[in-house]
Design a protein around this ligand. Structure first.
Ligand code: GDP
Length: 472
């Protein structure tokens, strides 16, 4: 269906967000980028485009083939390799209207550029060696970051903190391999056969380090994607009020989910730097009829789907059968549960103890704490933050964001790499020769290279970048 695209093509796209804004940027990259700029852009000064030094911000007009003025703009030429893609790149900063931007974009097409694919600029930055794969992935994570902690993690990945760790592991493996290979090549230097104790220790140390990262992997994934959270409770317990409190305090980020037919939205709240991705918040808030509000059945399906359940009870009222049903439901929730005793501002007669007693009958529920709260006064938010932080950071001191994995793919690769090192240990323990140990070590070394992109198949690279948006 599509013509074959190559790295030789000059690509062009609108780099700014869709819609209207003060300024819009058209970005062109590739061997014809500069000549296209010369054809479509005329500086206001007496100088021609060619006379300007690279990376000058040149003020002028964008003109079509008939000399008609499309817009006034600023044009910046960045010559290879000093650009984002390491190719010649031109950025035209025009007015941010969608018609203006599309006109200029189609002008670039008519002069030989083609539409950039999703993520193609960043993919070129990767293929040209400017970023490794983990850094390239971090570009999207920086753009999509939901909280400051998510941003800090993404930035540290982008600046290479995470890649450096992985490269360090690979370097260590190579050193062990080199040592073993030396003893294969020069067996006469060997004193009474190789002593594998030292090798074993080094492999084990490495395996432990990698395993530690795997163990902490959920932190990064949560910081990046948000913790999928359901708020459940009987009608009038105060779910909407709590949600509004959480949404209101920190700015909520609402994103449209592309490709969905209905008005499905994802809503994020930021609690102490941890992004909670709230499930079907519209559903909870939009229903006026209280009876229609979240029934136990619906609550069940939300809760089943969530990594975190906030179970809201009205501390001002005796528990009723609906509360009892919710409590029973908690026993079946796969995710963590935080129990919220709401309306503390009213209650003299707190039924905290009753709830605690009942929860003892839910041995399978992963209850992380009970929070006395008031959606009205805001009381209880600090404790909620603390509990969340325990869930996400595992109660330890905060994981260095640079060490946190950022997605499930990276987590799986590290898990496999650690397991291959486990195989290496077995091979050593079985008393097998250096060659076999080297084979196992190489497998682990190659596996780790899939994170930085040094050992990765093209179609996986394509797949990763296809999740980017156009213009990035
Ligand atoms: P939902 O049905 O669970 O979503 O409950 P709502 O959030 O709609 O709250 C039901 C009623 O309880 C509303 O009149 C709220 O104003 C009130 N409410 C909710 N939380 C509190 C609270 O912490 N204190 C007090 N005094 N009233 C609350």
């Amino acid at each position: 269906m599509q013509e074959k695209t190559t790295m030789e093509d000059t690509i062009s796209a609108i780099a700014t967000a869709p819609g209207e804004g003060g300024i819009g940027i058209i970005r062109i990259s590739g061997q014809h980028a500069v000549s296209i700029a010369h054809k479509i852009f005329r500086p206001f000064s007496a100088k021609s485009m060619e006379e300007y030094a690279p990376r000058s911000a040149v003020y002028g007009q964008v003109l079509d083939e008939q000399g008609r003025i499309i817009d006034e703009a600023i044009c910046i030429v960045m010559n290879a390799p000093n650009s984002y893609t390491c190719e010649d790149v031109v950025e035209i900063q025009c007015h941010g209207g969608s018609v203006v931007m599309r006109e200029i974009l189609s002008l670039t097409y008519r002069h030989g550029a083609r539409a950039a694919e999703p993520g193609e600029f960043t993919k070129r930055a990767f293929l040209n060696g400017r970023l490794d794969l983990s850094q390239a992935q971090a570009v999207m994570d920086v753009i999509n970051a939901k909280t400051q902690a998510s941003l800090a993690m993404a930035m540290s990945h982008l600046s290479g903190g995470f890649s450096d760790k992985i490269k360090g592991f690979r370097h260590d493996i190579l050193e062990i391999i080199a040592h073993l290979e030396a003893s294969i090549d020069f067996p006469e230097d060997d004193i009474e056969g190789m002593d594998f104790e030292d090798t074993r220790e080094r492999v084990k140390l490495l395996q432990d380090k990698i395993q530690k990262m795997v163990d902490g992997s959920h932190t990064g994934i949560i910081l990046r994607d948000g913790l999928k959270t359901a708020i459940i409770g009987k009608p009038n317990a105060g779910k909407s009020s709590i949600m509004n409190l959480l949404l209101g305090q920190e700015r909520a980020i609402v994103t449209d989910v592309p490709g969905t037919t209905r008005d499905s939205i994802e809503e994020y709240v930021n609690i102490g730097g941890i992004p909670l991705r709230l499930i079907d918040t519209a559903g909870i808030r939009d229903t006026d009829d209280i009876v229609e509000k979240i029934g136990v059945e619906k609550a069940y399906s939300y809760a089943n789907d969530a990594e975190l359940v906030l179970a809201v009870f009205d501390s001002n009222e005796p528990l009723n059968h609906e509360d009892e049903e919710i409590i029973q439901l908690l026993d079946k929730c796969p995710g963590n549960v935080i129990v919220i005793m709401n309306k503390m501002d009213l209650s003299a007669d707190v039924n905290d103890d009753i709830i605690s007693g009942k929860l003892k009958n839910c041995p399978n529920a992963r209850i992380r704490g009970i929070v006395p709260m008031s959606a009205k006064s805001g009381e209880g938010q600090e404790l909620l933050e603390q509990l969340l932080s325990d869930i996400v950071y595992g109660g330890n001191t905060k994981i260095m964001e640079s060490q946190a994995l950022c997605d499930a793919r990276q987590g799986e690769i590290l898990r496999q790499a650690a397991s291959l090192l486990g195989d290496t240990l077995n091979t050593i323990d079985m008393g097998m020769s250096e060659d076999f140990i080297v084979i196992d070590l190489r497998a682990s070394w190659e596996k780790l290279g899939e994170i930085t992109g040094e050992t990765i198949e093209d179609d996986i690279v394509d797949q990763i970048f296809s999740n980017f948006c156009i213009g990035k």
